[in-house]
Design a protein around this ligand. Structure first.
Ligand SMILES: *Cc1c(COP(=O)(O)O)cnc(C)c1O
Length: 405
């Protein structure tokens, strides 16, 4: 039985519009389609495959664990889940972990935890959440409502009550909006889907100060920025503070689904027995791989390499822009890099993404106007430079007149 891209249109729900090829396997920083054609992968499954594809050690761990235990549920503890939780606690300032299977679920749990704590300590009126325009926190009804994109929420019935969206990095708007009814402020330190938009350090300082003055929690969504992506184990380390709750997912399983909520004892205690749960959350297979990911990526030398390669990537993009005047700005940290299009390239992100694929390079977009590059964290310098060359070729082949649909 054979499948093609048109099989997607026949049998799958149409909420995506995937590229024309059917991917069958991967190797290192490359993906291969059903014709065995190789593409350089600067998407990493949307910042997930942090160690690339067909990573020998990851495969070995999966094979070994599959013979031991795939799943037991949370009515038992198991060695692999406990080990990953222990590692996360050792390598961060947090003291408690709750596992989920995805970023949206981790954020859902974090938001529920913040509401539950406020309810326990201050009563039922303190449930308001402040979040930011262009933020993205996942697609469950609660997490998508906290995200700052109206188009993702419209048409799904009544909105979640008590969520306020403010302009990102606007201190005055925050001062005006926060009150004693606020139970949490949720943000990304670099808005990923929103366009690789970094938080302003002065603004972040106000977020923390105002939240704590109002007995509210700061929830940082590190689903995309975490696990080495920005060149430190978690991005908050670069901002000189510790969130009250942090969420992690994407890269944590190197391709297996996992999500985690990290917090303190004092906050965690409000998720008492029976208040929240998950059947699959923290399954031993994903956690066995997660432990290897944490050991590998938290290594200071590995992280220094991510930062070094991030600089090479940014420099490469700036050089392309000098030749073609295509980018208004190149920004980001580590190997999470955005290039905002300008001039004749403006708002042609999807066209450039297609041209990249024609030049054997897969890239991501953040909105319609920012190219988002997130290669595997262990990509070789050679492959990184090859990707930059291919991107330059895609930009060179862009002709707005010819591309108009
Ligand atoms: C991808 C992403 C999510 C959602 O994660 P899923 O695993 O798709 O549910 C949430 N927050 C941020 C910042 C993300 O980048």
């Amino acid at each position: 039985m054979s499948v093609t891209r048109s099989t997607f249109d026949e049998v799958m729900v149409p909420c995506y519009n995937p590229l024309p090829m059917v991917i069958t396997h991967g190797e290192g920083s490359y993906l291969f389609d059903s014709n065995d054609h190789a593409y350089l992968d600067f998407t990493s499954g949307i910042a997930v495959n942090c160690l690339g594809h067909h990573h020998k050690k990851v495969c070995k761990i999966i094979k070994k664990q599959s013979k031991k235990l795939l799943h037991v549920s949370n009515i038992f503890v198991n060695d692999k889940t406990l080990t990953l939780a222990q590692k996360l606690v050792q390598k961060t300032p947090f003291t408690k972990v709750f596992f989920q299977n995805s970023g949206a679920e981790a954020n859902e749990a974090a938001l529920k935890l913040a509401r539950r704590r406020a309810y326990d300590l201050y009563g039922e009126d303190k449930y308001e959440i402040i979040s930011f325009l262009h933020g993205f926190h996942g697609r469950t009804l609660f997490s998508v409502n906290v995200g700052g994109q109206e188009k993702y929420v419209k048409g799904f019935g009544p909105k979640i009550d008590g969520v306020t969206h403010l302009p990102f990095n606007d201190i005055q708007a925050l001062k005006n909006a926060i009150s004693d009814k606020t139970c949490a402020i949720m943000l990304e330190l670099i808005q990923g889907e929103g366009g690789i938009l970094p938080v302003d350090p002065d603004f972040l300082q106000e977020v923390v100060k105002l939240a704590h003055e109002h007995n509210a929690l700061v929830i940082v969504d590190e689903v995309q920025t975490g696990v080495g992506r920005c060149g430190t184990f978690y991005a908050f380390e670069q901002f000189g503070f510790t969130p009250d709750i942090m969420t992690s997912a994407k890269g944590l399983g190197a391709g297996l689904p996992i999500g985690a909520v990290l917090t303190t004892d004092d906050i965690a205690k409000h998720f008492s027995v029976g208040t929240h749960g998950s059947t699959f959350g923290g399954n031993p297979l994903a956690c066995a791989v997660g432990s290897y990911v944490v050991d590998t990526i938290s290594d200071p030398q590995f992280l220094a390499e991510v930062r070094r390669k991030g600089e090479i990537l940014k420099k490469g993009l700036e050089d392309i822009s000098e030749r073609y005047s295509c980018f208004k700005e190149v920004r980001g940290r580590g190997l999470l890099v955005g290039a905002e299009l300008t001039g004749k390239y403006e708002n042609n992100g999807a066209v450039i993404q297609k041209l990249c694929a024609e030049n054997d390079l897969f890239i991501l977009l953040a909105g319609g106007n920012v190219l988002r590059l997130a290669p595997p964290l262990n990509i070789s310098e050679e492959d990184l430079n090859l990707g930059i060359q291919r991107l330059a070729m895609a930009i060179a082949s862009f002709a707005p007149e010819a591309q108009h649909k």
